[in-house]
Design a protein around this ligand. Structure first.
Ligand SMILES: *Cc1c(COP(=O)(O)O)cnc(C)c1O
Length: 631
């Protein structure tokens, strides 16, 4: 419980574990269980519930759609996840990339999934759903065998399971038995049954046994909610979710005064009442108007008047010692009358629904063995970064850094000095380079007009994801001008020119530029003290998104009057070799590597007329690293 919250839920994971152990008594030894965590685990929080269920032996998780499965994968949950509802074609990508198991209940989707898997050169596991009487999703059972065999023919699908779903296992034994028999008939017709066969939900586990299943799907009962009065005698369950709030105001009403919208409650005697800061916007159902019950100091009190969007009124005339801030239970907890199923029954509602709709504003506090082990945020939706566009992500990163480094100077420094170039200026993904090899060779210039300069050959190769069907090589006459090219992701190579140059074609030229083995065309343009070379090829668009090898060879000139050459590594790079060759020009050359990790594993090899500075293949180099050669 947190003092600053207006309303909150407490999720008792020990009770959840207790319920699973009770249910387990009804599950035969050889039968595995799938924890159903759809709709954010019936409002309890799918990540924490999934983690606990896995600890308790769950073999599978069940979700409603790919999005819910993706969220679990983002939270490092690795066990198989079955999508119970039919999927749409546009969800196939998310299904496959997140290793989710879809349900197949139409031939149309099966074929599309097969084709999709074929393109990706993978085999996708599926569960086939037959409708035995639920009348919802699933194949109709006429021609079940033919349909099943049609799916078997799809070579990029592997049928891992076959299932059906009970419509009324909580209280209709006859109908459940009929569904079970229909399902068994299908099973008998199938020659090679798949690995998993399942039909039971949690009420089915308690009320109805069968011999053919080896997997059950556990939902409501594991959350400690009875699906029917009759089940109380068969199994003991403890509520997992408790929904709480606190008193925000205490008032009295005289006889004849009304409370709430539309005057649906009129005091027949003088009453004392409390205002609670929750309403239907918090998931407290509107239909609980004049019907709801809450628990204060161990006593049950009535909701009076209509449930508003953000407030309800409670009759506390019977109570003594009530204070503002006093804690109120809206449902759940130890008192049986406050079970969510009892509160839902006050308006003939569904406990499933009431659980799902709670806490649009309420945080969830997780307790295990009485200890608070986690708090999940106000929003129901967990954070999935790919939901956000680039500039929003940058804002989130910035805010997160500010939160982690509350002294603004540090957070500003980290954000603007280290990350901003990558995140703020460039609103797109940042890729890194691999196996960066850069060779710079100085030689005497033969041309009279460059007599004060060395001729410089540069050879550069690296591997990187290709982002566009072109890229630029650029150079500039001063650092400020060159700087603008650092903030562009379509520039792959930059060179700082001597400021004395009159810019003309042969000051900086390409000798050869390739992607993989393909020589590119290039076009030079000179403007504003910069030279840009645009490199492109009509076939490049086919390689976008793939990792390719860049090879760039240039020729330029470097002033003799300088006594050092700085080679910068401007982007994220893994593995590097930088070689300076100087053709008998200098007697003594030294190198000064400036890498982020204190030059720990830098290897320097000196030979006659060359010096090589290298880092191993798997070593990271952060932006703004450099090697300075001094001669
Ligand atoms: C929701 C669901 C379950 C779980 O049902 P409970 O009654 O909550 O145990 C099982 N199977 C399928 C297909 C479901 O959609």
């Amino acid at each position: 419980m947190s003092k600053q919250d207006r309303s909150w839920t407490e999720i008792n994971l020990s009770n959840f574990e207790f319920n699973l152990s009770q249910l387990n008594k009804n599950i035969p030894q050889n039968v595995k269980f799938m924890q159903i965590v759809k709709a954010d685990a019936y409002g309890h929080g799918s990540v924490e519930i999934a983690e606990k269920a896995i600890k308790c032996g769950a073999s599978f998780l069940g979700v409603a759609n790919a999005e819910e499965g993706k969220l679990l994968r983002y939270n490092n949950i690795n066990i198989p996840i079955l999508i119970l509802s039919p999927s749409f074609e546009n969800e196939l990508e998310a299904i496959v990339t997140n290793n989710l198991t879809p349900t197949v209940s139409t031939i149309q989707l099966a074929k599309k999934l097969n084709k999709f898997s074929e393109k990706k050169n993978i085999i996708t596991k599926v569960h086939v759903n037959f409708d035995t009487g639920m009348g919802r999703s699933g194949f109709n059972i006429e021609k079940a065998k033919a349909k099943y065999e049609k799916i078997l023919e799809l070579k990029h699908l592997q049928i891992e399971g076959i299932f059906s779903h009970f419509s009324a296992s909580e209280n209709d034994y006859e109908f459940t038995k009929m569904q079970s028999e229909k399902f068994e008939k299908i099973l008998n017709k199938i020659e090679k049954p798949p690995k998993y066969i399942h039909i039971s939900n949690s009420s089915g586990v308690v009320n109805f046994q069968n011999k053919y299943s080896n997997l059950v799907r556990i939902g409501l009962l594991s959350y400690g909610v009875y699906s029917d009065e009759s089940i109380k005698a068969k199994i003991k369950l403890k509520p997992v979710m408790t929904f709480k709030s606190k008193i925000s105001q205490i008032k009295t009403a005289e006889v004849g005064e009304s409370i709430g919208y539309n005057r649906t409650f009129i005091a027949k005697r003088k009453i004392k009442y409390a205002i609670l800061p929750i309403g239907y916007a918090d998931g407290y159902d509107y239909l609980l108007s004049n019907k709801g019950k809450v628990l204060i100091n161990g006593k049950i009190c009535d909701v009076i008047g209509k449930v508003s969007m953000d407030m309800i009124a409670i009759d506390i005339s019977k109570l003594e010692n009530i204070k503002i801030g006093g804690i109120v239970t809206l449902f759940g907890g130890e008192n049986d009358k406050m079970r969510v199923e009892n509160i839902a029954s006050l308006y003939r509602g569904s406990s499933y629904e009431l659980l799902c709709q709670i806490g649009r504003r309420a945080k969830r506090y997780y307790y295990d063995n009485g200890k608070n082990i986690a708090i999940s945020p106000l929003m129901r939706r967990e954070f999935v970064s790919s939901d956000y566009p680039g500039n929003k992500i940058n804002e989130i990163i910035k805010k997160s850094i500010e939160q982690r480094f509350p002294q603004t100077e540090i957070s500003k420094m980290i954000y603007s000095n280290i990350l901003k170039n990558y995140l703020n200026e460039i609103d797109q993904n940042v890729y890194y380079r691999k196996n960066f090899v850069h060779k710079i060779k100085f030689e005497k210039s033969q041309q009279q007009k460059f007599s004060d300069y060395y001729k410089v050959h540069t050879y550069l190769t690296f591997e990187k994801i290709l982002e566009n069907d072109y890229f630029y090589i650029a150079c500039a006459k001063n650092e400020e001008l060159l700087q603008k090219y650092f903030n562009r992701t379509d520039v792959e190579y930059r060179w700082l020119l001597d400021s004395n140059f009159d810019l003309q074609k042969d000051i900086f030229s390409i000798n050869n530029v390739k992607i993989n083995d393909m020589s590119l065309k290039y076009k030079q343009s000179i403007s504003d003290n910069c030279i840009e070379l645009k490199c492109s090829h009509s076939q490049l668009n086919k390689l976008i998104g793939q990792e390719v090898k860049f090879s760039i060879e240039t020729i330029t000139y470097y002033p003799k009057s300088y006594h050092q050459l700085s080679i910068y590594i401007t982007g994220f790079t893994q593995g590097a070799s930088i070689q300076f060759e100087y053709d008998d020009l200098f007697k003594k050359v030294t190198s000064v590597p400036m890498f982020y990790d204190k030059n720990k594993n830098v290897k320097i090899i000196k030979e006659k007329n060359s010096i090589n500075v290298s880092l191993q293949k798997d070593q990271w180099i952060l932006p703004n690293s450099a090697v300075v050669f001094v001669y």
